[in-house]
Ligand binder design. Structure first.
Ligand code: IVH
Length: 675
């Protein structure tokens, strides 16, 4: 396909992908299968790779992310981003209504909306294209997070051609994370030993400030739009704007309701006080806005907020109940999680029997005693939490809860490293829940994907003594008779299990590496390590220095990898898995060849770059015949240095007289121009 043909095809693919994206993420009504969508997207990605000049900022390919924002630029809001006055009770609302009635003589109506519990965002559009996305910041200036926001699928990048939107306008909305996404991602974090986020809002906020938009894309943020701003609006009122926004492809929650008077507002508030727990995301109240724009103008603003709008905040649902006991769970990584067992009690429509206590510090902070009457709150999280103890109801002879010192499963003394929140059981290879958890992680969909070997089956096989380590899974084919002797095991299920195990051997190295369950080595890190080192042997021989040279590998991950491979039992297990035929080598990916101007030259890439990821620079170097070195030695030709590079690396390169160049200078070399 030549350039002109590619241009036409890219335009057609972009339009189709924007439409399918809208159907899926905004209307929740997809018209094609995921597979077909991926095919179109892959075709677009391939064409854009071939003709990079045809990539536009708002191409559907930008949804995947890829750009790195090192420092978010501060941007002054064209229209200040005000906050809202809060009310917590009916009387405040009645007073608000009376104030408005005093000032406006004509009839007026309210629009009631949900108050989404996320982060405010301002999106500017020019000629139907998303130009900029800015956070609220201090209300007058915010951060430009456009690259990250482009990955949010429900935010249109390109509005339908010919629709009646003005050339320049801004919309405001709330970026949020759905609870199910939050639960899953937080569980992944917890399993990797990373600090879990307290609620979806914090997770969404942390995500929006990430440097790598590829990571943002993976976190499935969503956005509801609730505000339209332009210099010369033709619309009479807010609800008309919302309907227009819907017609232009924005995701406006269909829950907004016109209320004729404060009684109808009251009904709206009552309805959502109950139904909010059925939503897939958190709201923390309701917002009411005077609908008519002229009346809004008449009412005006205080220094901080409009006089024509106010929010009504729901109180968190809470209830008192009795603490029956504290039990302790051991996770796959050995992390201990204390759980409060409660006298069952009804809270926000569900019966609560347990509450999470997080860690020892939390128990200490609550000053928890056996049999205490505790206040339980249901916030954003699915598991409610204890927020305080009613000390006036404490039994005089009650005993203080003391944290366990031994593993509840294998009785190994627990350890707690400085700076870490959790206690750990160090008996990685001998503590049942850890061993079972590791096998379950190994066979999980994102790792070896052996779906015939589900979590319960693994537990059963472990308890029967048939599998004690990951490596034993590949020996199961020699234990057919023993398996058939177990409960619920028929010929067919055994055949299925064994076939699933056998075909898992085809999985790529990165999947195997992720499956090993090395602490802090999640999917992304496993992929980076597999691409960089290519073989398990190279990875096992890597030292601290060469590990931290890999894109996104920091000291904590490097130490964890070193510690894992320093354990002879793990090495022995890897040898067994190798023997069983698992993949411990990255298949040689076909390399793109762009030229040979870097032939015979070696490079180390270090630090953070504003326009490229290290992986992209590496690909560029290799595509032009250069070699990537894993460490700085006298044989090295160039050190490509970004920001925040370690001082020791810089010092070593300087001492050895290595040429230190920027990413721009690298491109000068690629073009064979003098530096
Ligand atoms: S309107 C000038 N509508 O609440 C009024 N805000 O406390 C602009 N929020 O910063 C805000 N849902 O982040 C509006 N339906 C909604 C909202 C909403 C959530 C947030 C928003 C704002 C904060 C004000």
């Amino acid at each position: 396909m030549n350039f002109e043909e590619a241009k036409i095809r890219i335009a057609a693919l972009s339009t189709a992908l924007h439409e399918h994206n809208y159907a899926y993420y905004t209307l929740s009504n997809p018209v094609i299968a995921d597979f077909e969508f991926d095919q179109l997207l892959n075709e677009l990605l391939a064409l854009e790779k071939q003709y990079p000049d045809l990539i536009t900022d708002n191409s559907p390919s930008q949804r995947v992310g890829g750009s790195i924002t090192k420092n978010f630029q501060t941007v002054t809001h064209r229209y200040p981003m005000m906050s809202l006055g809060n009310t917590y009770n009916e009387q405040d609302l009645i007073d608000f209504d009376l104030r408005i009635k005093k000032q406006i003589e004509d009839n007026f109506e309210y629009v009631c909306e949900l108050k989404f519990d996320g982060l405010a965002i301002g999106l500017t559009y020019e000629n139907g294209l998303l130009k900029q996305a800015v956070t609220r910041g201090d209300g007058s200036k915010g951060d430009d997070v456009t690259a990250n926001v482009r990955t949010i699928k429900s935010i249109p990048l390109q509005l339908p051609v010919g629709a009646d939107y003005p050339a320049n306008f801004e919309v405001r909305g709330e970026i949020l994370m759905h609870r199910t996404v939050f639960e899953q991602l937080n569980k992944d974090r917890d399993e990797l030993g990373e600090t879990a986020y307290a609620n979806p809002r914090n997770f969404a906020s942390g995500t929006l400030k990430m440097q790598d938009s590829k990571e943002v894309a993976k976190r499935n943020l969503d956005c509801f739009i609730y505000f339209f701003l332009t210099d010369n609006s033709n619309f009479k009122n807010h609800s008309e704007s919302l309907n227009k926004l819907i017609s232009w492809g924005f995701k406006v929650s269909p829950t907004f309701t016109i209320c004729k008077d404060i009684n109808e507002v009251h009904d709206f508030i009552q309805k959502w006080e109950k139904e909010r727990f059925d939503l897939s995301y958190d709201i923390d109240g309701v917002v009411l806005k005077v609908n008519n724009y002229d009346q809004q103008q008449e009412l005006g603003f205080t220094a901080k907020s409009p006089r024509w709008a106010i929010s009504y905040k729901y109180k968190a649902a809470e209830v008192e109940t009795k603490l029956l006991s504290v039990s302790y769970q051991v996770g796959r990584t050995g992390a201990i999680t204390p759980v409060a067992n409660l006298q069952p009690v009804l809270l926000a429509g569900t019966t609560v029997k347990r509450a999470s206590l997080h860690n020892a510090d939390q128990i200490e902070k609550l000053d928890l005693y056996e049999g205490d009457i505790v206040k339980v709150e249901k916030g954003g999280e699915i598991i409610p939490k204890i927020i305080e103890v009613n000390k006036s109801k404490r039994d005089l002879f009650a005993q203080k809860i003391t944290y366990i010192t031994e593993c509840p499963e294998c009785h190994t003394p627990l350890i707690r490293k400085a700076g870490e929140a959790h206690h750990y059981c160090p008996n990685e290879l001998g503590c049942s829940p850890q061993v079972i958890g590791k096998m379950q992680h190994f066979t999980a969909r994102k790792a070896m994907n052996i779906d015939s070997l589900g979590d319960e089956t693994i537990e059963q096989l472990y308890k029967a003594g048939l599998i004690l380590t990951i490596a034993d899974i590949y020996e199961l084919k020699n234990k057919r008779a023993a398996m058939l002797a177990l409960d619920r095991f028929a010929e067919r299920s055994v055949d299925n299990i064994i076939a699933g195990i056998e075909s898992s051997k085809k999985n790529a190295f990165e999947k195997v590496l992720f499956g090993l369950g090395i602490r802090y080595v999640g999917e992304t890190v496993a992929k980076k390590l597999a691409v960089h080192f290519r073989t398990i042997d190279a990875l096992m021989q890597a030292d601290f220095e060469s590990l931290i040279l890999v894109d996104e590998i920091g000291e904590r991950i490097a130490e964890s990898v070193l510690q894992y491979f320093s354990n002879p039992a793990q090495v022995q297990q890897i040898n067994k898995l190798k023997h069983a035929g698992l993949n411990f080598e990255s298949s040689s990916i076909e390399k793109i060849v762009e030229g040979a101007n870097l032939k015979g030259l070696s490079f180390v890439i270090s630090g953070v770059f504003s326009n490229f990821s290290r992986e992209e620079l590496k690909e560029k170097i290799e595509a032009n015949g250069g070699k990537i070195s894993s460490s700085i030695s006298s044989k090295l030709n160039y050190l490509v240095a970004g920001d925040n590079m370690g001082p020791s690396k810089l010092q070593k390169a300087t001492e050895l007289g290595i040429k230190i160049i920027s990413d721009e200078e690298l491109f000068t070399l690629i073009k064979n121009l003098p530096l």
